[in-house]
Write a protein that binds this ligand. Structure first.
Ligand code: XIL
Length: 302
Protein backbone atom coordinates (compact mmCIF):
# COMPACT_ATOMS: atom_id res chain seq x y z
CA UNK A 1 0.00 0.00 0.00
CA UNK A 2 1.58 3.22 -1.17
CA UNK A 3 -0.34 5.99 0.53
CA UNK A 4 -3.01 6.48 3.16
CA UNK A 5 -5.80 7.34 0.75
CA UNK A 6 -5.01 4.54 -1.68
CA UNK A 7 -4.97 2.01 1.13
CA UNK A 8 -8.18 3.37 2.63
CA UNK A 9 -9.88 3.43 -0.75
CA UNK A 10 -9.21 -0.26 -1.23
CA UNK A 11 -11.39 -0.85 1.85
CA UNK A 12 -14.09 1.49 0.52
CA UNK A 13 -13.11 4.28 2.91
CA UNK A 14 -11.53 7.73 2.67
CA UNK A 15 -8.53 9.11 4.55
CA UNK A 16 -8.71 12.83 5.21
CA UNK A 17 -7.06 15.70 6.98
CA UNK A 18 -7.92 19.14 8.30
CA UNK A 19 -6.55 21.85 6.02
CA UNK A 20 -5.78 25.52 6.70
CA UNK A 21 -6.21 27.83 3.71
CA UNK A 22 -3.12 29.88 4.57
CA UNK A 23 -0.93 26.78 4.26
CA UNK A 24 -1.93 26.04 0.67
CA UNK A 25 1.12 28.03 -0.43
CA UNK A 26 3.48 25.77 1.58
CA UNK A 27 4.82 23.27 -0.94
CA UNK A 28 5.84 20.65 1.63
CA UNK A 29 2.36 20.80 3.14
CA UNK A 30 0.55 20.65 -0.19
CA UNK A 31 2.82 17.87 -1.40
CA UNK A 32 1.83 15.64 1.52
CA UNK A 33 -1.80 16.70 1.28
CA UNK A 34 -2.08 15.75 -2.37
CA UNK A 35 -0.10 12.54 -2.02
CA UNK A 36 -1.65 11.04 1.13
CA UNK A 37 -5.23 12.29 1.51
CA UNK A 38 -8.46 12.14 -0.47
CA UNK A 39 -10.74 14.07 1.88
CA UNK A 40 -10.38 17.49 3.49
CA UNK A 41 -12.03 19.40 6.31
CA UNK A 42 -11.47 23.14 6.60
CA UNK A 43 -9.80 23.59 9.99
CA UNK A 44 -11.51 26.95 10.64
CA UNK A 45 -12.64 28.43 7.32
CA UNK A 46 -16.19 26.99 7.28
CA UNK A 47 -17.02 27.95 10.84
CA UNK A 48 -19.77 30.47 11.50
CA UNK A 49 -17.45 33.39 12.35
CA UNK A 50 -15.45 32.82 9.17
CA UNK A 51 -18.41 32.52 6.79
CA UNK A 52 -20.83 35.10 8.22
CA UNK A 53 -18.69 37.71 9.99
CA UNK A 54 -21.49 40.27 9.81
CA UNK A 55 -25.09 39.14 9.93
CA UNK A 56 -26.30 38.45 6.41
CA UNK A 57 -22.87 39.13 4.84
CA UNK A 58 -21.17 35.94 3.78
CA UNK A 59 -17.46 35.63 3.07
CA UNK A 60 -16.61 32.40 1.27
CA UNK A 61 -13.10 33.36 0.09
CA UNK A 62 -10.90 31.20 2.30
CA UNK A 63 -13.34 28.29 2.42
CA UNK A 64 -13.64 28.31 -1.35
CA UNK A 65 -9.84 28.14 -1.69
CA UNK A 66 -9.90 24.85 0.21
CA UNK A 67 -12.97 23.58 -1.63
CA UNK A 68 -11.50 24.41 -5.04
CA UNK A 69 -8.20 22.73 -4.16
CA UNK A 70 -10.06 19.61 -3.04
CA UNK A 71 -12.21 19.48 -6.16
CA UNK A 72 -9.19 19.94 -8.45
CA UNK A 73 -7.52 17.03 -6.66
CA UNK A 74 -10.60 14.82 -6.70
CA UNK A 75 -10.88 14.89 -2.91
CA UNK A 76 -14.09 14.69 -0.87
CA UNK A 77 -15.00 17.58 1.41
CA UNK A 78 -16.31 17.34 4.96
CA UNK A 79 -18.15 20.55 5.80
CA UNK A 80 -17.40 21.77 9.32
CA UNK A 81 -19.57 23.14 10.88
CA UNK A 82 -23.02 24.72 10.40
CA UNK A 83 -24.19 25.15 14.01
CA UNK A 84 -21.94 25.31 17.07
CA UNK A 85 -21.75 27.21 20.36
CA UNK A 86 -18.10 28.12 19.67
CA UNK A 87 -16.42 30.31 17.04
CA UNK A 88 -19.62 32.30 16.60
CA UNK A 89 -19.27 35.84 15.27
CA UNK A 90 -19.85 38.57 17.85
CA UNK A 91 -23.27 39.44 16.42
CA UNK A 92 -24.46 35.88 16.95
CA UNK A 93 -22.99 35.66 20.45
CA UNK A 94 -25.11 38.69 21.31
CA UNK A 95 -28.36 37.10 20.10
CA UNK A 96 -30.93 34.93 21.84
CA UNK A 97 -34.40 33.48 21.50
CA UNK A 98 -36.32 33.34 18.25
CA UNK A 99 -34.07 35.90 16.56
CA UNK A 100 -31.06 33.65 17.21
CA UNK A 101 -32.98 30.55 16.11
CA UNK A 102 -33.89 32.28 12.86
CA UNK A 103 -30.33 33.54 12.31
CA UNK A 104 -28.91 30.06 12.94
CA UNK A 105 -31.34 28.45 10.50
CA UNK A 106 -30.63 31.13 7.91
CA UNK A 107 -26.90 30.44 8.28
CA UNK A 108 -27.46 26.71 7.81
CA UNK A 109 -29.61 27.30 4.74
CA UNK A 110 -27.33 29.87 3.11
CA UNK A 111 -24.10 27.94 3.62
CA UNK A 112 -25.49 24.52 2.70
CA UNK A 113 -27.04 26.07 -0.39
CA UNK A 114 -23.77 27.77 -1.40
CA UNK A 115 -21.97 24.41 -1.27
CA UNK A 116 -24.85 22.26 -2.52
CA UNK A 117 -23.56 19.27 -4.47
CA UNK A 118 -19.95 19.70 -3.35
CA UNK A 119 -20.00 18.42 0.24
CA UNK A 120 -19.66 14.73 1.06
CA UNK A 121 -20.69 15.13 4.72
CA UNK A 122 -21.70 18.13 6.79
CA UNK A 123 -21.08 18.41 10.50
CA UNK A 124 -24.49 20.03 10.89
CA UNK A 125 -24.20 20.38 14.66
CA UNK A 126 -20.98 20.24 16.66
CA UNK A 127 -20.48 19.60 20.39
CA UNK A 128 -24.03 20.05 21.66
CA UNK A 129 -23.71 17.79 24.71
CA UNK A 130 -22.21 18.52 28.11
CA UNK A 131 -19.15 16.82 29.52
CA UNK A 132 -19.30 14.95 32.80
CA UNK A 133 -21.89 12.53 34.08
CA UNK A 134 -25.12 14.46 33.47
CA UNK A 135 -25.85 13.29 29.93
CA UNK A 136 -27.44 16.70 29.44
CA UNK A 137 -27.24 19.08 26.57
CA UNK A 138 -24.48 21.66 26.78
CA UNK A 139 -25.81 25.01 27.92
CA UNK A 140 -25.36 27.54 25.10
CA UNK A 141 -27.20 30.37 23.43
CA UNK A 142 -28.40 27.89 20.80
CA UNK A 143 -29.61 25.38 23.39
CA UNK A 144 -31.54 28.15 25.13
CA UNK A 145 -33.57 28.69 21.94
CA UNK A 146 -35.25 25.34 22.66
CA UNK A 147 -34.28 21.68 22.84
CA UNK A 148 -35.39 21.12 19.25
CA UNK A 149 -32.68 23.38 17.81
CA UNK A 150 -30.59 20.42 16.70
CA UNK A 151 -33.32 18.74 14.69
CA UNK A 152 -34.33 22.11 13.22
CA UNK A 153 -30.74 22.55 11.98
CA UNK A 154 -30.72 19.05 10.45
CA UNK A 155 -34.01 19.64 8.64
CA UNK A 156 -32.77 22.95 7.24
CA UNK A 157 -29.54 21.33 6.06
CA UNK A 158 -31.40 18.49 4.34
CA UNK A 159 -33.70 20.94 2.55
CA UNK A 160 -30.73 23.00 1.33
CA UNK A 161 -28.48 20.13 0.19
CA UNK A 162 -30.32 16.81 -0.12
CA UNK A 163 -27.19 15.09 -1.45
CA UNK A 164 -24.91 15.70 1.52
CA UNK A 165 -24.65 13.25 4.38
CA UNK A 166 -25.66 15.02 7.58
CA UNK A 167 -23.60 14.31 10.69
CA UNK A 168 -23.71 15.07 14.38
CA UNK A 169 -20.10 15.58 15.58
CA UNK A 170 -18.69 15.59 19.12
CA UNK A 171 -15.74 14.71 21.39
CA UNK A 172 -15.51 12.52 24.50
CA UNK A 173 -18.07 10.23 22.92
CA UNK A 174 -15.58 7.44 22.27
CA UNK A 175 -15.99 5.44 25.48
CA UNK A 176 -19.23 3.47 25.38
CA UNK A 177 -19.70 3.73 29.16
CA UNK A 178 -19.45 7.53 29.17
CA UNK A 179 -22.71 9.39 29.95
CA UNK A 180 -22.10 11.78 27.04
CA UNK A 181 -21.75 8.86 24.63
CA UNK A 182 -25.03 7.40 25.88
CA UNK A 183 -26.80 10.74 25.57
CA UNK A 184 -25.71 11.23 21.95
CA UNK A 185 -26.71 7.64 21.23
CA UNK A 186 -30.21 8.26 22.58
CA UNK A 187 -30.55 11.42 20.49
CA UNK A 188 -29.57 9.59 17.30
CA UNK A 189 -31.94 6.75 18.19
CA UNK A 190 -34.73 9.28 18.73
CA UNK A 191 -33.97 11.08 15.45
CA UNK A 192 -34.03 7.82 13.52
CA UNK A 193 -37.32 6.75 15.13
CA UNK A 194 -39.00 10.08 14.33
CA UNK A 195 -37.56 10.52 10.83
CA UNK A 196 -35.37 13.50 11.64
CA UNK A 197 -32.76 13.49 8.85
CA UNK A 198 -29.41 12.25 10.18
CA UNK A 199 -26.96 10.09 8.24
CA UNK A 200 -23.79 9.96 10.28
CA UNK A 201 -22.10 10.53 13.60
CA UNK A 202 -18.63 12.04 13.76
CA UNK A 203 -16.22 11.11 16.53
CA UNK A 204 -13.62 13.87 16.90
CA UNK A 205 -11.15 11.52 18.58
CA UNK A 206 -8.76 13.99 20.19
CA UNK A 207 -6.83 11.64 22.46
CA UNK A 208 -4.27 12.29 25.18
CA UNK A 209 -3.35 10.81 28.55
CA UNK A 210 -6.38 12.42 30.21
CA UNK A 211 -8.64 11.12 27.46
CA UNK A 212 -7.06 7.94 26.07
CA UNK A 213 -8.28 5.69 23.27
CA UNK A 214 -10.89 3.53 25.04
CA UNK A 215 -10.57 -0.25 24.87
CA UNK A 216 -14.26 -0.44 23.90
CA UNK A 217 -13.93 1.92 20.93
CA UNK A 218 -15.02 -0.71 18.42
CA UNK A 219 -18.16 -1.35 20.53
CA UNK A 220 -19.03 2.34 20.50
CA UNK A 221 -18.63 2.69 16.74
CA UNK A 222 -20.58 -0.53 16.09
CA UNK A 223 -23.44 0.40 18.42
CA UNK A 224 -23.92 3.75 16.66
CA UNK A 225 -23.67 2.10 13.24
CA UNK A 226 -26.36 -0.36 14.32
CA UNK A 227 -28.75 2.58 14.68
CA UNK A 228 -28.56 2.92 10.90
CA UNK A 229 -26.05 5.76 10.55
CA UNK A 230 -22.54 5.90 9.16
CA UNK A 231 -19.79 6.67 11.63
CA UNK A 232 -16.66 8.65 10.85
CA UNK A 233 -13.55 9.52 12.82
CA UNK A 234 -13.41 13.23 12.11
CA UNK A 235 -10.57 15.01 13.95
CA UNK A 236 -8.12 12.33 15.01
CA UNK A 237 -4.99 13.28 16.89
CA UNK A 238 -3.21 11.32 19.63
CA UNK A 239 -0.58 12.78 21.91
CA UNK A 240 2.57 10.79 22.38
CA UNK A 241 5.43 9.54 20.27
CA UNK A 242 7.15 6.43 19.02
CA UNK A 243 5.67 2.98 19.34
CA UNK A 244 3.04 3.79 21.99
CA UNK A 245 1.58 6.51 19.78
CA UNK A 246 1.80 4.15 16.81
CA UNK A 247 -0.06 1.45 18.77
CA UNK A 248 -2.85 3.90 19.57
CA UNK A 249 -3.17 5.02 15.95
CA UNK A 250 -3.20 1.39 14.86
CA UNK A 251 -5.96 0.60 17.35
CA UNK A 252 -8.17 3.46 16.21
CA UNK A 253 -7.68 2.48 12.57
CA UNK A 254 -8.53 -1.15 13.32
CA UNK A 255 -11.64 -0.12 15.25
CA UNK A 256 -12.90 1.76 12.18
CA UNK A 257 -11.98 -1.05 9.79
CA UNK A 258 -13.92 -3.53 11.95
CA UNK A 259 -17.16 -1.55 11.47
CA UNK A 260 -18.62 -1.76 7.97
CA UNK A 261 -20.33 1.60 8.37
CA UNK A 262 -17.18 3.40 9.55
CA UNK A 263 -16.66 5.16 6.25
CA UNK A 264 -13.54 7.22 6.82
CA UNK A 265 -10.87 8.66 9.07
CA UNK A 266 -9.75 12.30 9.17
CA UNK A 267 -6.67 13.42 11.08
CA UNK A 268 -6.70 16.96 12.47
CA UNK A 269 -3.69 18.30 10.60
CA UNK A 270 -0.71 17.04 8.62
CA UNK A 271 2.60 17.71 10.43
CA UNK A 272 2.99 17.94 14.21
CA UNK A 273 3.72 21.62 13.69
CA UNK A 274 0.32 22.04 12.02
CA UNK A 275 -1.55 20.76 15.08
CA UNK A 276 -3.94 22.96 17.05
CA UNK A 277 -2.56 21.36 20.21
CA UNK A 278 -0.37 23.77 22.15
CA UNK A 279 2.16 21.04 22.90
CA UNK A 280 2.98 17.51 21.95
CA UNK A 281 3.45 15.67 18.70
CA UNK A 282 -0.02 14.26 17.94
CA UNK A 283 -0.02 13.78 14.15
CA UNK A 284 1.31 11.37 11.50
CA UNK A 285 4.10 13.53 10.03
CA UNK A 286 6.95 15.25 11.85
CA UNK A 287 7.72 18.95 11.54
CA UNK A 288 9.79 18.35 8.41
CA UNK A 289 7.03 16.30 6.79
CA UNK A 290 8.70 12.96 7.50
CA UNK A 291 6.58 9.87 8.12
CA UNK A 292 6.38 8.91 11.80
CA UNK A 293 6.00 5.45 13.31
CA UNK A 294 2.30 6.23 13.70
CA UNK A 295 2.03 6.78 9.93
CA UNK A 296 3.59 3.42 9.19
CA UNK A 297 1.32 1.71 11.74
CA UNK A 298 -1.82 3.16 10.13
CA UNK A 299 -0.70 2.32 6.61
CA UNK A 300 0.22 -1.22 7.63
CA UNK A 301 -3.24 -2.09 8.95
CA UNK A 302 -5.33 -0.20 6.38
C1 XIL B 1 -9.84 24.01 16.35
C2 XIL B 1 -8.83 24.48 15.32
O1 XIL B 1 -7.95 23.40 15.04
C3 XIL B 1 -8.04 25.65 15.87
O2 XIL B 1 -7.20 26.19 14.86
C4 XIL B 1 -8.99 26.73 16.38
O3 XIL B 1 -8.25 27.75 17.01
C5 XIL B 1 -9.99 26.16 17.36
O4 XIL B 1 -10.67 25.07 16.76
N1 XIL B 1 -13.18 20.52 17.92
C6 XIL B 1 -13.59 20.95 16.68
C7 XIL B 1 -12.66 21.73 15.82
O5 XIL B 1 -14.69 20.61 16.24
O6 XIL B 1 -13.32 22.68 15.04
C8 XIL B 1 -11.59 22.40 16.66
O7 XIL B 1 -10.66 23.01 15.77
C9 XIL B 1 -10.91 21.39 17.57
C10 XIL B 1 -11.91 20.80 18.53
Amino acid sequence: AGTLWEAAQRTGRYFGTAVAANKLSDSTYVGILNREFNSVTAENEMKIDALEPQQGQFNYGNADRIVNHAIQQGMDIRGHTLAWHSQQPQWMQNMSGSALRQAMLNHVTQVATHYRGRIHSWDVVNEAFADGSSGARRDSNLQRTGNDWIEAAFRAARAADPGAKLCYNDYNTDDWSHAKTQAVYRMVQDFKSRGVPIDCVGFQAHFNSASPVPSNYHTTLQNFADLGVDVQITELDIEGSGSSQADNYRGVTQACLAVARCTGITVWGIRDSDSWRASGTPLLFDNSGGKKAAYHAVLEVL
